[in-house]
Design a protein around this ligand. Structure first.
Ligand code: NAD
Length: 287
């Protein structure tokens, strides 16, 4: 996709962070926007940064197939097309470092409902409508470098992002198989300065977990502050879409860990994973 002016984009998780930055970038390119999130106040804030772009904000829980169907229908009713779908909403169950068996069932359900089913719901509702128009289009799924590395830390989030990688690679393969004029890109950010570590704020009540021992808010903010600027990440995403690039990595800090894991797999060696937190620290900007 080369020309964005007057095209229609749908962005989930647009109330904050990378989603809000994708919205600002899309508005800058002259796109019409449908902005989806569970946080309506955040969507209003994003909307205030869009200049005179045409936009429509919607309360959508991406883990609800009904909500995402409504999003697809409303997009077509409002703007008559779907040119760029950004399946971006995502969460990280909070709390201090836990071993894989120490997470609660609620953590697994919440992460897989939003991070994996959220993307799948987007594909199930939008792709048939996009195929029906036979109009050139593009899909951007936000995965993470966490979808390519492993280790003890952040196991729930990592497992959900490994699943997003598999889903998105299957999407690319299916598009090639059916010869559809729909490009696919997968955004794989390293650490980005967003509210991702504060996502407990949007955990639904029925999946609350009493076991979550949160880090201090200031600690979380200072970890995020070392990450990349979301506006730069959004520019990398749009550059990747324009180049029809599938893998869009925003940092090479994790390349050695990805290569090491691949090497263990190919040589059938037992893995000896690095401390995950130390690995993530490699992505922190020098102060
Ligand atoms: P963020 O918390 O700033 O923004 C995420 C947005 O998703 C929020 O506005 C939140 O309200 C929304 N959201 C959460 N649950 C939702 C649901 N059920 N339905 C609809 N919207 C929902 O975080 P971010 O960093 O901008 O995250 C965006 C994407 O980037 C996520 O998929 C995340 O996993 C991925 N990512 C982030 C980083 C990072 O370091 N920030 C790194 C790699 C990947």
């Amino acid at each position: 996709m080369q020309d964005f002016a007057n095209k229609v984009t749908v962005i989930t998780g647009a109330a904050s962070g990378i989603g809000a930055a994708l919205a600002r970038k899309a508005a800058g390119y002259g796109m019409k926007l449908v902005l989806a999130d569970v946080d309506m106040a955040g969507l209003e804030e994003t909307a205030r940064s869009l200049g005179d772009a045409q936009y429509f904000p919607m309360r959508v829980d991406v883990s609800s197939a009904e909500d995402v169907e409504r999003l697809a229908d409303t997009t077509l009713t409002r703007f008559g097309a779907i040119d760029l779908l950004c399946n971006n909403a995502g969460i990280v169950p909070g709390g201090r470092h836990r071993a894989v068996w120490e997470y609660e069932v609620q953590d697994w359900l919440w992460a897989f409902n939003v991070n994996v089913l959220g993307v799948v719901n987007g594909l199930r509702s939008f792709v048939p409508r996009m195929l029906a128009t036979a109009r050139p289009a593009h899909i951007l799924n936000t995965a993470s470098v966490s979808g390519f590395i492993s280790g003890a830390g952040s196991a729930v989030y990592g497992a959900s992002k490994h699943a997003v990688v598999r889903v998105t690679e299957a999407l690319q393969a299916s598009m090639l198989e059916c010869g559809a004029p729909i490009g696919v890109s997968m955004l794989c950010p390293g650490l980005v300065n967003t509210r991702i570590f504060e996502t407990e704020r949007v955990r639904p009540d029925h999946l609350r977990s009493d076991a979550v021992e949160m880090e201090e808010p200031e600690t979380l903010k200072s970890i995020a502050a070392g990450g990349a600027d979301p506006d730069e990440v959004a520019q990398q995403a749009f550059d990747g879409i324009m180049a029809n690039r599938f893998y869009i990595f925003t940092s090479d800090s994790f390349d050695a860990a990805i290569a090491q894991r691949t090497e263990w797999i190919l040589s059938r060696a037992n893995p000896a994973f690095d401390d995950f937190t130390a690995m993530s620290q490699k992505d922190v900007k020098p102060a």
